[in-house]
Design a protein around this ligand. Structure first.
Ligand SMILES: [Zn+2]
Length: 559
């Protein structure tokens, strides 16, 4: 995914977040191994291989923790978000039924369902359906034949609105149409479902939110519901619904795609998270770097909670699936109230089971595989998010913000910082007895995650960050490669490398040293040949790149 980030970094926020957390990037493509003797067979294999990049998982949660009213509410919330599917289809492609009628091969139809159109989201949006060219950059938000010049000349005041479509009239002239009008047949019944769900809501704040969100869908005025969403604290159930991200509009990033996610809060984990946030100032003080680079004070006003996602629809259900949500995007709301971060525990678990464990089974030395644990993966992932709030945002030598000084390299460095300081936080909390388990679990799982993330590629900030860390760790002896191609973590050395790499990155950010960062990325932001060959084994073993969901009220058992 070429997802750019959907929120603006607001320095007053306590926890600045991942630039890339909404979606996970596509990884390397499955390689063709078939010979080209039989073209038809080749085609079938090809599309089957494409489908195999995704592994299906059931979206479930512990429904015994839900009361009857909550179950009824979930049924309506799921119905509501299901209307985001046809709306998003129209935004990204057009008439879904017309496309499906054109495709005879059931496998190709299946892949079109997965992609919400005839273009492959795992392969630079190239088409896999005969008769189609490249995907229009503006998807179906604009007429496909519209040029940028034409758009810029058009005298249409709301043409840049995130909630309008552009179309042509009979004379061929551009006009705009508001989402709530264009998509009335979907947003109206969706709003009705939200109202029905509100009828079962026991938390008054959540009830009000559902009512406000229903109104927003019908008017395209989302701010009141976003403001209110920031104030909700005690609701067990949650929902994200509406036109939210602007990645699908690759022409201008103006137009937002409809999507929905229905969520159930993990009350136990959420409590633990709230406790961890309180340690941030102390952790900042202990950072393994000179005092000048840790003088900023991280805030502790934060909303970080764990959830099970029980339904994904529309844009959220495309490509690499979200494992963390950070909303709202409205900058006015962000400045007044901050953002909320939602960690999607069951989706992380699915990626852990289906992707990380198989990777570890191929690339981690057998005697250390017992240290690959989900709790460690979850903690590492979560503290990555929290660690964005540690360290230094402003340079110490008058170069302004580190973000500005480091320009296009900032994201990779910031992601690398969050990864390594995330592990540092885990270690500190582990020492305090706040985190259980063996530190070896966290470190071995951290190592396996490096392989997973390097698969995201050099076009992705997380991918580059992990390449740098792999090469840095290699240099410091944090791991050794066995002759059989598996990797063994050397815990003491990894521990030292964690501290020195943290210091190195914090210093680069604090100095705003663009030259040094460029050098680091050039030298270490690469995949060495040996590693490339080792990663190729993962492709050959068909270890999936991402997941698709089997989901719904019947999967949850609440029908
Ligand atoms: Zn991040």
């Amino acid at each position: 995914m070429k997802k750019i980030f959907y929120y603006i970094f607001v320095s007053s926020l306590i926890l600045a977040s991942c630039q890339n957390n909404q979606k996970e990037r596509e990884a390397t493509k499955v390689q063709h191994t078939e010979t080209k003797q039989n073209m038809q067979k080749e085609k079938t294999n090809d599309i089957q291989q494409k489908i195999n990049q995704y592994i299906e998982v059931k979206l479930v949660t512990d429904t015994s923790k839900l009361n009857e009213k909550e179950k009824k509410m979930l049924v309506h919330l799921i119905k509501a978000v299901q209307y985001m599917d046809p709306a998003f289809w129209e935004q990204t492609y057009g008439d879904k039924q017309e496309l499906m009628n054109r495709i005879k091969d059931p496998l190709i139809r299946k892949y079109a369902e997965i992609n919400y159109g005839p273009w492959d989201r795992m392969n630079d949006n190239k088409t896999f359906v005969e008769g189609f060219g490249n995907k229009p950059a503006g998807a179906n938000f604009y007429p496909a034949d519209m040029t940028k010049t034409e758009f810029e000349k058009a005298d249409l005041p709301d043409k840049t609105s995130q909630y309008t479509l552009l179309r042509r009239n009979k004379e061929g002239k551009l006009y705009t149409i508001a989402y709530h009008t264009a998509f009335e047949k979907y947003v109206k019944p969706a709003a009705e479902e939200l109202q029905k769900a509100a009828g079962y809501a026991q938390d008054p704040m959540f009830k009000k939110y559902l009512q406000l969100r229903a109104k927003a869908l019908l008017t395209d005025q989302y701010q009141p519901s976003d403001m209110h969403w920031m104030d909700m604290k005690n609701n067990h159930i949650d929902i994200v619904i509406g036109p939210i991200e602007n990645y699908e509009d690759q022409l201008y990033n103006y137009k937002t795609g409809y999507e929905g996610v229905v969520l159930v809060k993990d009350m136990e984990w959420s409590k633990k998270l709230a406790k961890f946030i309180k340690y941030l100032p102390e952790l900042q003080k202990n950072l393994p770097v000179e005092a000048a680079y840790k003088q900023e004070k991280p805030g502790t006003r934060s909303d970080l909670n764990a959830y099970d996602a029980v339904y994904y629809s529309g844009e959220a259900n495309t490509g690499g699936k979200t494992i963390a949500i950070n909303l709202p995007n409205d900058e006015e709301v962000q400045l007044k109230k901050g953002t909320r971060r939602l960690q999607l525990k069951n989706v992380m678990k699915a990626k852990f089971d289906k992707i990380l464990v198989p990777i570890a089974n191929m690339l981690i030395t057998p005697e250390q595989r017992k240290h690959i644990k989900f709790d460690a993966f979850f903690a590492n992932t979560m503290f990555h998010e929290v660690a964005h709030g540690l360290g230094i945002k402003n340079t110490i030598n008058g170069k302004g913000k580190a973000r500005t000084a480091l320009k296009e390299h900032y994201s990779a460095i910031e992601e690398g910082k969050a990864d390594i300081l995330g592990l540092y936080m885990v270690d500190q909390l582990h020492r305090k007895g706040e985190l259980k388990g063996d530190m070896k679990d966290y470190m071995t799982t951290f190592m396996a995650s490096i392989f997973r993330s390097i698969r995201f590629g050099a076009a992705d900030a997380h991918g580059v960050a992990n390449m740098i860390r792999f090469n840095y760790f290699n240099e410091k002896g944090a791991f050794t490669r066995n002759p059989d191609g598996t990797y063994k973590v050397n815990y003491d050395k990894m521990y030292d490398a964690m501290k020195t790499l943290s210091a190195l990155i914090l210093k680069l950010q604090g100095d705003g040293d663009y030259q040094a960062v460029s050098r680091l990325i050039k030298e270490k932001g690469i995949v060495p040949k040996q590693l490339q060959q080792d990663l190729q084994k993962l492709n050959e073993a068909r270890i999936p790149v991402d997941i698709i969901f089997k989901q719904g009220t019947n999967v949850l058992g609440i029908e």
